[in-house]
Design a protein around this ligand. Structure first.
Ligand code: MN
Length: 248
């Protein structure tokens, strides 16, 4: 059989799969199947940069527009590109990104671990930020506020512990507030682009708050003053999103 003929059959089979997706599973499933079939056929990308929910300058004065633009269009995009260049038989492309992360362990290739982590972590990080140009008080409310008080005594105690742990990360990494399997809140850190969903040595849990402390996240504005970046960041935490993640 010629290569052309083989390609034709492969693409026809995939189109059949997409058609089936539309009829049985509805529009949302269709687009996901299309993405997967494109990945398999090598015609498009399975991983895409999510739309940023605000403008590059929206988080000023705490995160400057230039840092946001480079962070999103260069750093995050690079993780997405690398993922799409790295076919993996260990990744179930139909599963959600958090399920994909839970399949990462010590045996996973560094390129997959770093870039899947990079993509997942940044996708989450963007949603956990919100504009606060007038520097209004930014406090958690509702269920998450109660859970924080139950676990850390007060929001100020959480802030203190989280900030100290984020400050102490040596080199590049992330600081997280996670919900453990027992439903407790806990602050942990991970190196590089690892995250609390991965099957690694760090404590596991569902991330409800994330802080990127790689230098690329703050160096243009804050240079070596990571503490000032962390202090500023508390003003733009999207507590509604934290609450949503915690309640799910
Ligand atoms: Mn980053």
């Amino acid at each position: 059989m010629s290569n052309d003929r083989r390609d034709f059959l492969k693409k026809s089979a995939l189109l059949g799969l997409v058609g089936l997706g539309k009829n049985l599973l509805g529009e949302e499933k269709l687009s996901h199947l299309e993405t997967v079939s494109n990945k398999i056929a090598g015609t498009d990308n399975a991983f895409t940069l999510p739309k940023l929910p605000y403008a590059y300058n929206a988080l000023e004065p705490f995160i400057d527009a230039k840092t946001m633009e480079i962070h999103y269009t260069k750093h995050h995009q690079a993780y997405v590109n690398k993922l799409n260049e790295t076919p993996s038989t260990n990744i179930d492309y139909l599963s959600s990104d958090d399920v994909k992360c839970s399949h990462i362990d010590k045996t996973t290739s560094a390129v997959m671990r770093n870039n899947l982590g990079g993509h997942f972590n940044h996708s989450l990080f963007w949603t956990l930020l919100k504009p606060n140009p007038e520097s209004k008080a930014n406090l958690p409310e509702g269920k998450i506020a109660k859970a924080i008080e139950a676990e850390f005594k007060s929001f100020d105690d959480l802030k203190k512990e989280f900030s100290e742990k984020a400050l102490k990360i040596f080199g590049s990494g992330w600081c997280w507030l996670i919900k453990t399997n027992e439903g407790k809140l806990k602050i942990i850190t991970t190196p590089n682009q690892d995250n609390p969903l991965m099957n690694l040595e760090n404590e596991k849990g569902k991330p409800v708050l994330a802080l990127d402390v790689w230098e690329h996240a703050y160096y243009l504005k804050y240079q070596n003053k990571r503490v000032d970046y962390i202090t500023g960041w508390w003003n733009i935490v999207n507590w509604n999103k934290v609450e949503e993640l915690y309640s799910q």
